[in-house]
Write a protein that binds this ligand. Structure first.
Ligand code: C5P
Length: 401
């Protein structure tokens, strides 16, 4: 599977650098062409001589080496490759990557990279758990960088265990193989535009108060990511969420149902729309311009008007995408309610889930859904929200074909 693949490995300055020598061997055995950049501190842990002997290629390290710049500079190094693997990725290297710092050949190449990047972190567990490192790693993930590990276990420091170890060489090799397997999957949604709504809406009461719901946006964001992986151009219209934007997706941020409505209709036309947002059914009749004061006597009444139903308007509208999918979050009579929504909302599919206290869907990483269409109902097993998204996108791609 790796025959002919050009892999650039950036070796950082960590005690686990020696394990990467094994990764180089295994990748070479599988037919990959491996080139290596050693960071300056990486050279303290493995020598260019060993790395060069294993990779069978010249090893690079210096940004301003005149001979290197002549035949192969950092731009060429990072472009002429199918994948960049950063291992071990120290806390410092991850921080530099997350902030776009290009202070040596390794980091300049990473900044100039057009190829996908996989990072294999390796550091003391306290450094991995530090909010700064977590922030940097989340930033890299939001930038589309993939991760293998870190693994859990004993640290180089005596008597310390935790999450932060470099993954085992064969796990890294398996991760690289899985990456290429996925990259070579057919992309059934190339040339299609997919619209996804996600997250809650918030409906203001006055300048400081609002009503909202418990939607995390995890399911909708996973659907957008899966559609992008399938090759679609994706517009994700999202209410306020605390999860990162999926990579390769155009994100439109909104707050209220009315803003979401407008964003959806200005993003048309689309080939498919998947409406996973938990849109507030009502909004306060009027928004007070000033903070409502606590006064003696009766509390102020809260009156509502109905929000526009985005899904129903789209499902019955002139610009209806070919495939329209709605969600039904129910606490009772799940199937009956979902079946009714299929008709009233003009959807091709309704993804029904149980959001009762015992259902445990909101904010969770797993989902147990039933898929209703005109041809009947399909019960899916408990799956991660990513797997639900993959299956849903496969269904949509099938119908669009
Ligand atoms: O009627 P209910 O809110 O249960 O319907 C849920 C489905 O309808 C979801 O797909 C949701 O995104 C969509 N919806 C909408 N606009 C609304 C209310 C719900 O698009 N105002």
């Amino acid at each position: 599977m790796l025959a002919g693949k050009r892999i650039l490995i950036v070796i950082g300055g960590g005690i686990a650098a020696y394990k990467v020598l094994e990764v180089i061997r295994r990748l070479k055995e599988r037919g990959a062409q491996v080139r290596v950049i050693l960071t300056h501190s990486g050279k303290e842990f493995v020598t260019p001589m060993t790395v060069g002997a294993l990779s069978g290629e010249k090893v690079f390290s210096d940004l301003f080496d005149p001979t290197e710049e002549q035949d192969i500079g950092h731009i060429v190094l990072s472009r002429d490759t199918d994948l960049i693997l950063v291992a071990p990725a120290t806390a410092n290297l991850i921080a530099r990557m997350a902030n776009g710092i290009a202070d040596e050949l390794a980091t300049a190449s990473l900044l100039a990279a057009a190829a996908p990047i996989i990072v294999c972190p390796a550091m003391n567990q306290r450094m991995w758990a530090h909010p700064a490192t977590q922030r940097n790693a989340a930033q890299l993930a939001a930038d589309g960088v993939r991760f293998i590990g870190p693994a859990e276990g004993r640290m180089a420091e005596r008597n310390e265990t935790g999450v932060g170890r470099l993954s085992e060489p064969m796990e890294i090799v398996a991760g690289v193989e899985a990456f290429f397997a996925q990259a070579e999957q057919p992309k059934p949604l190339v040339g299609r535009h997919v619209l996804v709504t996600s997250g809650p809406t918030i409906e203001p009461i006055d300048p400081v108060r609002f009503i909202t719901n418990r939607s995390s946006g995890k399911q909708g964001h996973a659907v957008a990511a899966a559609a992008a992986r399938a090759g679609a151009r994706v517009t994700l219209i999202s209410g306020p969420v605390s999860i990162p934007d999926p990579s390769g997706v155009d994100v439109v941020r909104v707050e209220t149902a009315q803003q979401m409505f407008e964003a959806v209709f200005s993003a048309l036309p689309a080939d498919a729309a998947i409406m996973a947002a938990a849109v507030s059914d009502w909004r306060p009749t009027s928004v007070a311009h000033e903070k409502i004061k606590k006064t003696a006597g009766d509390p102020p009444p809260l009156l509502f008007v109905e929000n526009p139903d985005i899904l129903a308007t789209l499902g019955h509208g002139a610009q209806r995408p070919k495939i329209v999918v709605g969600f039904a979050a129910e606490t009772t009579s799940i199937e009956a309610n979902a079946a009714r929504k299929l008709a009233t909302k003009g959807a091709d599919y309704i993804v029904a889930n149980d959001v009762s206290a015992t259902g445990g869907v909101f904010g969770s990483d797993v989902n147990r859904v039933r898929i209703l269409s005109k041809s009947g109902m399909d019960v899916w097993p408990t799956l991660s929200k990513e797997e639900v998204a993959e299956r849903l996108i496969a269904l949509v791609a099938d119908r669009l074909r």
